[in-house]
Write a protein of this length. Structure first.
Lengths: 845, 327
């Protein structure tokens, strides 16, 4: 752990000896000083700098440890003396001035470095790197200067391959310009020369977070093992901990950072942000004031708070802090970007765009802002369909096909939740994206998000049904889920933790419609048996820091079971009271104690008991085969296994599947029945319900097929084919009302198949459901069907039957506009003109 | 591709039997050739598409069975298949067709299968030697000035437009070039166009080449979008013989304008329209002209004038029907 320190001390000793022998005190002292610095031995480093009279290094170290007045004295005196390192001194003076709010003077210092560079008087590698740093600082006024900074750093590295400071600066420059790949390569090059370079490891940790590649904690850990006093690393770890609500851990890290540098703006700002998040207004004010007293123009406290607020879904607060940040520092491009993107999340589209454009003008490298501005160009031409409590915004090609289903479902969800949660959410803007990449950019500024939807409170964004291959998701349950989040945020003043709102939203899905929401899977229960599920106290980690790929999905379901268990034991109202308690700033431990009267640890135990009782059969049926998937063994082995293990779900299912494949349908049935009874929740396409339905259809037993398909669709929300097959079977047995219900449910999987709308419309007409029929013809027309003329004509008929004479007139004109000789439509036009044919008695057809 | 049964299983918007066979369609002669499948799945789907085309032409478009010749890789698979789809048999079939077809007849040739590009240019894969586009174009010379409609629904068929086109010929291809070599869906949707009322967009009871092409093209696009796949077929239509295909033809100009006047299953009878029929025809043209001016017109004014014209048209149509009833 302390290898770097040992090496640091050894290098320092060797340097001292070498310096004595070779009479090159400053060069050797610098080596020793750096060794101490990288090991976090700042006092030793300061002493070494004093001894060797290295003013620039001394000034930097004094600044890094918060001794601003002394740093200023040392640097000012050195500058006046005009020694050999004067350029390095000027840079350090500039950096100090900037930190103290004297930006104008700092920029003048940086300009002097540029002038020195332009005079070309044989600058050393360190001086070239100083020029690079100065130009990089100036690039906040002119983004193009970043290229000049890179050139200066490159020259510094060319002059001295061992100038790791210059290489680290290049890595940081790339990362600040959103170039993760180059940043990573640069930091790795540093580590190739010095595998214990803590700042390079910190750089890689930041790159890993930027790229979402994982391993952030491990890299950060290594960095801090080498230099436990690295302030930036401590602050970074505090940020990570605060994101997962480990505020105590975050405070410990900040305290460790402040021990090194009690005036660190980053550490104090993070302390303020964490204090604000936990409702400690005194600490918030004190920490914030410490930064602002030193530099009244510093945007760092507000930026840090804005960032943390946004990560906790407190978008209005994030926008407020960002606005304060840019008010203090108009060159804070990150501030403008945070302001813009959070305004967009709040549905303030116009001001959001204006502020993002300002951010992009100042920082054209910001890929998040660039992507979001591009997306806004797309969103701008999306039509909006407005309702009292919702706006539906979608691509023009599908907005009118989706709105007839989205709007009523959203209204139903709103009415239901407003009643049960006792709050009214603000009007919600529902954005539906045909391209998943657009939804991803809307959510996080980058492509690659795996989620289906997101709620920012007043804005819900999600994949439209056409954004993914059919059967991948149920858009209806997704919309319900996201609207639930909007209510949870409203009820908790946006302070509900991720695990609770996700669990409650999935539980909401299950209450909304049969089959919606997650269900127990063999994989989930196998993970439970293996002890791979998290206790409630750590369930948030399953969402934000999953330890294995399936953990996010398992955590959703587990969290929903926690909510279900609470509702069972304490009533649904307890969940609402928990939201309110979160809104009052309580953490999960306090919320459980106050609302449920139980300690979290004892709840964990009781929950495990409940889960084992509820899924006793399923858990016992998992056998030793795991999750019921994987390559099947030979057919004879499968059968033998199934016969010898009648309580093994996977053995029974595999036997049934194999027998169906071989056409031995009668033999397959008992195995499938057994599998179904052992794990009734397993309703996938290869599961017992579907196979039993297929067997029943093959035997002509449509009643049985109907029962199996109905049971399957009551558990599986995504299967398009099962819903369609159910409709077919019901029609075949004369249950047209049931067929209509099946097709109606199918629309939540995919509402874009024209044939389904024709079938639904005709079924509705046959059942006298004129309004439903008209809706279906309207949607068909919106889907740009192959035969629009007939579709418009049928729509006109349906509108007339539903009593919508004016709509009927408009529709028949659309039909005849394209096919003026179309006689049935011509007759209908005359009929409409003469005032006939009205009513809903079906006589119009 | 699906089977013919699958293709026919789609739900249709049915208003009435609008495509009515007329005596004029006896002058259409058809050759449908299903190429080499290479594996049973393709053999089956090519035949299913070929059968769907042939049956639709006979049953819905009124083309007499003797005027339809269906060739396939395995003639034993269906009684409607006349012979094996070799290059020699295609040659023989076209020669016989040229002998039988009257000077004003329409020749419809539909090729289904795998296409590719070889040293001799684009070709369609057949049992035995393949047929190149150049060879095929030479076989068509025997039809002289008769109207020829070629539908190459094979993969990699796009360059056939360049090789086969000339004035008096209409060429439809499933792809825009030989580089689009994946299995195509165009043939199946072309068969659907022939088999249903949906493709007849103007509801005049006839199916123009443009309407059939547009239907098939749109359904291809829709299928790729629904399945979230990158489109590997972009159908082309060339009707003016310039050898340059159009991907999205319109009825008002170029290839689309010509294809809009050619009907699959026969042309409108030659008797000039008179009396109420002429009035109706004139009103229909007036509606088309008004529609052309729509983008430049005030929406309310457009609606008002459209409704006025259509009401007039509806009354004339009713009188015309009454007059026909009295006769």
């Amino acid at each position: 752990v302390r290898r770097r320190r040992v090496i640091g001390a050894a290098v320092a000793a060797v340097a001292a000896v070498t310096a004595g022998a070779q009479a090159q005190p400053s060069g050797a002292a610098r080596v020793a000083l750096r060794a101490h610095r990288e090991a976090g031995e700042y006092e030793e480093a300061i002493a070494a700098a004093r001894r060797a009279d290295l003013a620039a290094e001394l000034g930097e170290l004094l600044r890094m440890t918060g001794r601003y007045p002394e740093a200023q004295r040392v640097l000012t005196a050195a500058r006046a003396a005009g020694g050999a390192d004067s350029l390095l001194v000027i840079l350090q003076l500039g950096l100090l001035r900037e930190e103290l709010g004297a930006r104008h003077e700092a920029f003048r210092d940086y300009d002097r470095l540029i002038a020195a560079y332009n005079r070309r008087r044989g600058l050393t590698s360190a001086e070239l790197a100083a020029v690079g740093t100065a130009v990089e600082r100036l690039s906040m006024t002119d983004p193009q200067l970043a290229r000049d900074a890179l050139r200066a750093f490159d020259e510094a590295i060319a002059a001295d391959r061992d100038n790791l400071d210059a290489q680290l600066a290049v890595g940081a420059l790339f990362l600040a310009r959103y170039n993760g790949a180059e940043a990573q390569a640069t930091f790795e090059r540093v580590l190739a020369r010095d595998s214990l370079q803590p700042r390079a490891l910190l750089g890689l940790a930041r790159v890993a977070r930027f790229s979402g590649t994982g391993g952030v904690s491990a890299l950060l850990e290594r960095s801090l093992e080498i230099n436990p006093r690295l302030v930036d690393a401590r602050v970074f770890r505090a940020e990570l901990l605060s994101e997962v609500d480990d505020h105590a851990g975050a405070r410990r890290e900040i305290a460790a950072a402040l021990e090194v540098n009690p005036r660190s703006p980053a550490a104090l700002s993070t302390r303020a942000a964490v204090a604000w998040l936990t409702g400690d207004s005194a600490e918030f004010e004190a920490a914030r004031r410490s930064v602002l007293d030193a530099n009244p123009r510093s945007a760092i406290p507000d930026l840090t708070a804005a960032d943390l607020a946004a990560r906790h879904r407190l978008y209005a607060d994030a926008a407020r802090f960002a606005r304060q940040a840019v008010a203090r520092d108009s060159l804070s491009w990150r501030g403008w970007a945070l302001l813009g993107v959070n305004e967009l999340r709040l549905g303030r589209m116009d001001s959001g765009r204006v502020h993002l454009e300002r951010a992009f003008a100042g920082d054209p490298y910001d890929v998040w802002t660039k992507n979001t501005l591009d997306l806004l160009d797309t969103l701008e031409v999306f039509p909006a369909r407005r309702f009292e409590r919702f706006q539906v915004v979608a691509d023009a090609a599908e907005v009118d096909a989706l709105t007839p289903y989205v709007a009523p479902l959203a209204e139903e969800a709103y009415a239901s939740m407003a009643r049960r949660y006792g709050v009214t959410a603000p009007p919600i803007r529902i954005e539906l994206f045909r391209r998943h990449a657009d939804f991803s950019v809307r959510t996080m500024g980058l492509v690659g998000l795996g989620a289906l939807g997101v709620s920012f409170g007043p804005v819900v964004a999600m994949d439209s049904p056409t954004a993914r291959p059919r059967g991948e998701f149920n858009w209806g349950s997704t919309l319900w889920h996201e609207i639930a989040h909007s209510f949870h945020m409203a009820a908790s003043r946006h302070r509900v933790p991720r695990w609770f709102t996700e669990g409650l939203a999935v539980y909401e899905e299950r209450m909304a419609r049969p089959g919606w929401g997650d269900d127990a899977s063999p994989g989930f229960l196998t993970a439970y048996k293996a002890g791979r599920l998290l206790p409630v106290s750590r369930l948030n980690d399953g969402f934000v820091r999953p330890a294995y790929p399936e953990q996010v999905g398992f955590s959703y379901y587990q969290a929903s079971l926690v909510c279900e268990r609470i509702a069972e034991g304490h009533g649904f109202d307890a969940l609402v009271r928990m939201l309110r308690a979160y809104g009052n700033g309580r953490d999960t431990r306090h919320v459980f104690r106050e609302v449920l009267g139980v300690e979290l640890d004892s709840f964990d135990g009781a929950f495990a008991d409940w889960l084992e009782h509820r899924f006793a059969t399923q858990l016992a049926a998992l056998g030793s085969h795991g999750d019921g998937r994987g390559a099947p063994p030979s057919p004879s082995t499968v059968l033998a296994l199934a016969r010898s293990r009648p309580d093994d779900f996977r053995a029974q299912l595999l036997a049934g599947q194999g027998l169906v494949r071989d056409g031995r349908l009668t033999e397959a049935v008992p195995f499938l029945e057994r599998a179904k009874s052992l794990f009734p929740e397993y309703a996938e396409e290869d599961g017992p319900y579907r196979l039993l339905a297929d067997v029943a259809r093959a035997r002509g037993d449509l009643g049985r097929a109907e029962a199996e398909l109905a049971a399957m669709t009551a558990r599986n929300e995504r299967s398009y084919d099962a819903h369609l097959a159910l409709a077919d079977v019901r029609l075949a047995v004369g249950d047209s009302a049931g067929a209509l219900r099946a097709l109606d449910a199918l629309l939540y999987v995919d509402p874009t198949e024209p044939d389904v709308h024709v079938r639904l419309a005709e079924l509705a007409e046959a059942q006298g459901k004129t309004a439903l029929a008209a809706r279906e013809w309207r949607v068909l027309v919106a889907l740009d069907p192959a035969d629009p003329v007939t579709a418009y004509y049928r729509l006109a008929r349906a509108e007339l039957a539903a009593g919508n004479r004016e709509a009927a007139r408009r529709a028949v004109l659309r039909a005849l506009e394209q096919a003026p000789g179309f006689e049935p439509a011509l007759e209908l036009l005359l009929e409409l003109r003469s005032g006939g044919g009205d009513g809903s008695d079906g006589s119009v057809r | 591709m699906g089977t013919a049964e699958a293709a026919g299983a789609r739900v249709r918007l049915v208003v009435g039997a609008l495509l009515i066979a007329s005596p004029a369609v006896a002058q259409t002669h058809v050759l449908v050739a299903c190429g080499l499948g290479g594996e049973p799945r393709y053999q089956e789907t090519f035949l299913a598409t070929g059968l769907a085309v042939a049956r639709a032409l006979e049953e819905r478009m009124g083309v007499p069975r003797p005027n339809i010749r269906l060739l396939a890789e395995d003639p034993a698979r269906d009684t409607m298949v006349a012979a094996r789809s070799t290059k020699e048999e295609i040659d023989r079939s076209l020669a016989a067709m040229a002998d039988r077809a009257a000077p004003g007849a329409t020749i419809l040739i539909v090729l289904i299968g795998h296409g590719s590009e070889g040293p001799a240019g684009p070709r369609v894969n057949l049992p035995g030697p393949d047929l190149t586009a150049v060879e095929f174009a030479a076989l068509l010379e025997r039809f002289g000035t008769r109207q020829v409609v070629v539908v190459n629904a094979a993969s990699a068929s796009g360059d056939w437009v360049r090789e086969v086109a000339r004035p008096g010929r209409v060429v439809l291809t499933a792809t825009r070039s030989t580089r689009e070599r994946e299995e195509t869906q165009f043939g199946r949707h072309f068969a659907e166009a022939l088999a249903s009322d949906e493709a007849d967009r103007d509801k005049d009871g006839r199916l123009s080449v443009l309407e059939a092409f547009e239907y098939a093209r749109r359904e291809v696009v829709r299928a790729y979008e629904r399945d979230q796949r990158l489109r590997t077929e972009h159908p082309l239509l060339d009707a003016d013989g310039d050898g340059v295909g159009t991907m999205e033809p319109v009825a008002t100009e170029g290839d689309g304008a010509i294809a809009a006047t050619l009907y699959l299953g026969g042309q409108r009878g030659g008797t000039p329209l008179a009396g109420l029929a002429a009035v109706k025809d004139s009103l229909e043209r007036e509606v088309a002209r008004l529609r052309g001016r729509k983008p430049a017109m005030d929406a309310g004014e457009y609606e008002r004038r459209l409704e006025g014209l259509l009401l007039e048209l509806a009354r004339v149509n009713r009188e015309l029907r009454a007059e026909e009833g009295r006769r």
